[in-house]
Design a protein around this ligand. Structure first.
Ligand code: GLP
Length: 258
């Protein structure tokens, strides 16, 4: 894993967005994987800025989101489809029909999950997957104990995740208890993974993911098996990393090499 510690959230967002932009310029029909949550919001704002001010062109891009709450329709303000439209898709020139978010209202969720995996395959696989991390170390909604070989499926959220995500809902009881989520193995197939992590409440999860053992109890740790994962974090999130000095040194070498 390549770990870049940034001075703050803005720098983290800019550096991660720059990786996305570089790919889209080099491969205009790139397949991008997106995540929701507060961590990638700045990254999305930066992509919108680059689209508006620098003409970054998303017209041939295809996108797949990691997950969606079960039971929330796309027009529900807390649904991940709504989040993506509001924070990114409505502000760039990606054709809406090329954006994919799992359908949390699917009646036959098994068939829907298989179809979602198939659509990713048909699109040629995900070139770059954006990720956040849950405070319990999860990626997408792959909660502790999720198989590292898991594929897109219906998952049940932990009490911790429901608690964490309740800040977006009026009442804790309103937070859905299950979701459709890409699996760990689905995510590991992306050619490049970019994880953005900020804040002290993520410090332990990040240290466990990057420096701890590979374990289904911290599903982000599976990224250690991925050949091209880039972590962009702020100082607060980096505070528990023991190899911090080494990561800084590598980052400087890589910047110098262009
Ligand atoms: C949810 C999402 C994850 C996200 C996590 C952290 O659980 N399914 O994809 O990484 O929240 O969210 P935040 O960035 O708001 O802390």
């Amino acid at each position: 894993m390549f770990v870049t510690v940034c001075k703050d959230y803005d720098e983290m967002s800019r550096k991660a967005a720059a990786m996305v932009a570089r790919l889209v310029r080099a491969k205009p029909d790139a397949v991008l994987g997106f995540a929701t949550g507060s961590s990638p919001l700045g990254l999305y704002q930066e992509l919108v800025r680059m689209h508006k001010e620098e003409g970054l062109d998303f017209s041939r891009v295809t996108t797949f989101n990691l997950d969606e709450y079960c039971g929330l329709p796309p027009d529900h303000p807390q649904s991940y489809r709504y989040f993506m439209n509001e924070n990114l898709f409505n502000h760039i020139n990606v054709p809406m029909e090329r954006t994919h978010v799992p359908d949390g209202m699917a009646e036959d969720w098994r068939a829907h999950c298989a179809e979602y995996e198939e659509m990713i395959r048909q699109a040629g696989g995900i070139d770059l997957q954006i990720l956040g991390i849950g405070s319990d170390g999860h990626i997408a909604f792959n909660e502790p104990g999720s198989s590292l070989g898991s594929r897109t499926r219906r998952v049940f959220l932990t009490r911790q995740t429901i608690e964490d995500n309740s800040r977006f809902f009026e009442r804790k009881e309103d937070v859905p208890t299950s979701a459709i989520s890409m699996g760990v193995a689905t995510i590991l197939e992306a050619r490049t993974c970019v994880m953005v992590v900020n804040g002290t409440n993520k410090a332990e999860a990040l240290a466990a993911a990057v420096e701890g053992p590979i374990t289904s109890m911290i599903t982000a740790s599976a990224l250690q098996m991925h050949p091209d994962t880039h972590v962009f974090c702020d100082e607060a999130a980096a505070s528990r990393l023991t190899m911090r000095e080494y990561y800084d040194w590598i980052s400087h070498q890589m910047e110098a090499d262009g």
